[in-house]
Design a protein around this ligand. Sequence first.
Ligand SMILES: C[S@@+](CC[C@H](N)C(=O)[O-])C[C@H]1O[C@@H](n2cnc3c(N)ncnc32)[C@H](O)[C@@H]1O
Length: 279
Amino acid sequence: MLSYRHAFHAGNFADVLKHSVLTLTLDYMTRKEKGFHYIDSHSGAGMYQLADEYAQKTGEYKEGIEKIIKDESAPEALKPYLSLINSLNANGDLEVYPGSPGIAKAFMRRQDSTHLFELHPTDIQHLEDFCYRSKKVFIKQSDGYQGVLGLIPPPSRRGVVLIDPPYELKEDYVKAVKTIIKAYKKFATGTYILWYPVVKRDLVEQMKSNFKQSEVKNLLQVELCLTPDSDEYGMTGTGLFIVNPPWELTKQLEEIMPYLKAQLGNESSSYQLEQLIAE
Ligand SMILES: C[S@@+](CC[C@H](N)C(=O)[O-])C[C@H]1O[C@@H](n2cnc3c(N)ncnc32)[C@H](O)[C@@H]1O
């Protein structure tokens, strides 16, 4: 089943949280001269036009990036992300929004390499067009879970892995965590970022419990819920599990999360930030 298209959701509140963490992580990785591998298991199209029929149909970006893009009083920790989005929209209007490969592209240096997996036949084509002529970018139309495990450990022994499935299938909740647990056994010093939606609370609790029963150490969880948990259909919140986060990320998220809750949420919104497993 491949009905999910990220073009409907680009720039929504979940992207804001995920991509601000990705930006801070890649920014941190590029502070050292030594190269690193960026591995994106579920890449999407790479870049999105917000005027197209998909983004316009849902208007999700209007409840996400559009609400904060011009806010000069945004916290310092959010500025690298906002500057990146602004730099891609240099004429002042919010017209394009980067996917995770677009964020990565802004950071990668000659010594780094990017490995992108995507299954959808249309999005892989967009991704290939987007990365045309980019050096050291390797794209495969194959399963991203297998792809991650095949590249671990990276020869540089420095790596960031983003796992961002669509969760169209319930098995993604289990598979995504299992992939990180397996990868961690081979490469315990890598940074792993796993995105999840809050649709049913017990599925998130199961992910937490699977991590807690594993060998994984140094696990941070951050979550932004726009509305309280509900049994109705739909995503009420969004979160990330981050294994081996950059050392200042918790502090940066302490600044970012109250701001995102205030700007993107309402009085019934909440956030949490917790070191789930110690170093
Ligand atoms: C949430 S989107 C990715 C968004 C992207 N990471 C970003 O942040 O811009 C999930 C993508 O995974 C793709 N996909 C679904 N199953 C996959 C699999 N097993 N391996 C690789 N890609 C997959 C979908 O086609 C979709 O484009």
